[in-house]
Design a protein. Sequence first.
Length: 132
Amino acid sequence: DAVITMHAAMFGTLTTSGLGVPFLLIAAERPVVSDAELEQLGMTREQVEAWLDAVVNLQKSMIARSRRASSQKLDRGKHNTFMTDLLFFTTALPPARRAALVGDVDAAATFDRIRSWIGDFMVANVQRLGVQ
């Protein structure tokens, strides 16, 4: 068994006990929330920052408590960057709109980076267990 999560908040007992299986977290840049988004969320900037801090701290502590856990950070990426179809389908959008959706990233290079991290993780943690 092995676990990969892309930019996810984690809940439940694994946040305090960690995972007993290999774990890879692929994280995006910390989001910057606009005033309009704050209004839509019904939250203050301080509340959002506190929530983001809590998510990051949970991720870090879970990785520290887990067996063979690691993380990779996708520079200039956003949450939607991990939806690889969006990486390519958004290339026709105006640059500002595209950056808001998937970050300021090169689609092909970003896809290759994600694929490489996942491939390396699978080779190190799944194939060695005899799973093909």
